[in-house]
Design a protein around this ligand. Structure first.
Ligand SMILES: [Cu+2]
Length: 235
């Protein structure tokens, strides 16, 4: 693990981080943002970029058998659908890590647009998402079969059926939570996770493991990284 600032640019300092995440929760402390030149700018912000990497080979993802619902089987015929718990790029990048800053930040309004999750071909898409406290989560059933969205959460709980294609469910997320697990009670293999954060400083790592958190206030920050793998998706 290493961290450190690049020379400040017009857009603000950029921090590049390489994180080795051997399939466990990782917490990275980023230092350097509190250096005098940056603090002296007053109100300065910077961009944190990083890459979550998995050392060693990725464990195999289980194949999903959709035979319990012929409509799901038809939609995915000829495809090898897997439970994409660990997605590792050829050079070690780990996708679907939820990265967020810890600590308190000045209050800002949540975005008016919702965070969207689709149920497509009997899978939740995306598998991992992030949202603000107060933001709306919108879940759509795009399949010609019945789904159900059941949040396994104490404070952001919901459980509703979506029996028809095209149905849309909206819910306002009330409290911070890392992570809400949402499942479909009809199709046991369907799982998605949503991290709910009281500030805008979070990201989900992409296919190559990279992430970007923009407009971060100058200072010393701690980054927390969550990944589904420790519980094997059965949390
Ligand atoms: Cu379902």
């Amino acid at each position: 693990m290493r961290s450190g600032p690049n020379p400040p640019s017009k857009a603000g300092p950029t921090y590049r981080i390489a994180v080795a995440l051997p399939l466990c929760l990782g917490v990275l402390t980023l230092t350097g943002a509190s250096s005098a030149p940056i603090a002296a700018q007053g109100g300065a912000t910077g961009t944190i970029t990083g890459r979550v990497r998995l050392q060693g080979p990725a464990p195999p993802n289980a194949v999903i058998r959709m035979g319990a619902d012929p409509r799901c089987s038809r939609a995915t015929r000829g495809q090898r659908i897997t439970q994409d718990v660990v997605l590792r790029s050829a050079d070690g990048g780990l996708a679907n890590a939820f990265v967020h800053l810890e600590g308190k930040f000045p209050a800002t309004p949540a975005p008016a647009e919702p965070v969207t999750i689709d149920q497509h071909n009997c899978l939740f898409v995306p598998r991992v998402a992030g949202a603000r406290v107060g933001q709306t989560l919108q879940i759509t059933n795009s399949d010609p079969t019945a789904h159900n969205v059941h949040s396994v959460s104490q404070t952001n709980g919901f459980n509703t059926s979506q029996p028809k294609q095209g149905m849309v469910y909206k819910v306002q997320l009330k409290t911070s939570e890392v992570m809400i697990r949402i499942r479909c009670d009809i199709h046991s293999w369907m799982t998605t996770y949503v991290g709910v954060i009281p500030h805008p400083y979070f990201a989900v790592s992409g296919a190559d493991g990279t992430f970007t958190i923009a407009r971060v206030p100058a200072g010393r920050h701690t980054i927390a990284i969550w990944h589904e793998a420790p519980s094997g998706g059965r949390g």
